[in-house]
Design a protein around this ligand. Structure first.
Ligand code: ZN
Length: 283
């Protein structure tokens, strides 16, 4: 009898604890890769080489796309802003058809409209609600007609915006904002899912390793980068394509890392808020 009790204590209890539901929160780290400044002027071969790294590993990217090139209101005699070229739209369509990719709107033309001193670059901050709506609406319509999609996420150039931007986004049917760091207070006051961006690709592995120490939460890490950060294309860059591939392979090997787009992260992190947004397709 004593032996039976001892057996239960030594073997069965630990086994039961291991398999008990919710014995320990399962860790999960959502990684969103945000690639900013996709535009007409980018070198096509660079974009395709970079894109292949992600496509081959089935890792999603959210492209923050600049819809136009040139000022929103050009001076008299100057040409109108040029829309995203058919070629660059075709590449995006191909990426979207590969699945798991997202196109977010990155302003109108990344024009610096700052009038404040000292100057902190911004396309939107300080403009009137009407001015912001005009830019957002025209940019969104262009992307949607060129790509045949509904754009839901907005990334303000330089990650700068103000209260008018939030109102303008909602009125224009955009339902996710990605800018700056996650801030629960802003989140609740804006009533719109805000997915921050607090890491670069070069520091992404370190950020994930830090988050892996805490198993009780399910954070989103948004890694932001630009094509000029890649040394293969720009000598002053901070990492090579090979280093990027190495980081992606390491991330793929982490059982607690899941990849997502801005839209996917917003749905997962803020399901009630996301579903209450007017632009959401009920499907
Ligand atoms: Zn930008």
């Amino acid at each position: 009898m004593k032996f039976r009790v001892l057996f239960l204590a030594l073997f069965m209890v630990p086994v039961a604890l291991c398999f008990a539901p919710n014995a320990q929160a399962s860790p999960r780290i959502d990684v969103v890769i945000r690639f900013d400044d996709y535009c007409s002027g980018m070198a096509t071969d660079s974009v395709l080489r970079f894109f292949l790294l992600f496509e081959q590993r089935s890792i999603p990217i959210t492209f923050a796309v600049i819809p136009f090139e040139g000022p929103f209101a050009p001076p008299p005699g100057q040409p109108d802003a040029k829309p995203l070229t058919e070629e660059k739209a075709w590449i995006l369509k191909r990426m979207l058809s590969a699945g798991n990719f997202e196109v977010a709107q990155h302003g109108f033309s990344h024009e610096d409209n700052t009038t404040e001193t000292p100057k902190h670059s911004s396309e939107f901050r300080g403009l009137t609600l009407e001015q912001q709506m005009q830019r957002i609406k025209r940019g969104k319509e262009l992307l949607e007609s060129r790509l045949g999609i509904q754009v839901q996420s907005f990334v303000p150039p330089w990650n700068t915006f103000d209260e008018n931007t939030i109102v303008a986004l909602k009125r224009c049917g955009l339902c996710i904002l990605s800018a700056g760091k996650s801030d629960p207070e802003l989140q609740s006051s804006y009533s719109i899912p805000v997915i921050g961006c607090g890491a670069g690709v070069a520091t992404l592995r370190k950020r994930v390793e830090e988050e892996q120490k805490d198993l009780d939460h399910h954070p989103v890490i948004t890694a932001l980068f630009h094509i000029y950060e890649i040394k293969d294309f720009e000598p002053s860059g901070t990492f090579t394509l090979a280093e990027l591939a190495e980081t992606l392979d390491w991330l793929k090997a982490q059982p607690d890392v899941c990849f997502d787009t801005l839209q996917g992260a917003a749905k997962r992190q803020y399901p009630n808020l996301y579903q209450s947004m007017p632009a959401v397709d009920p499907q």
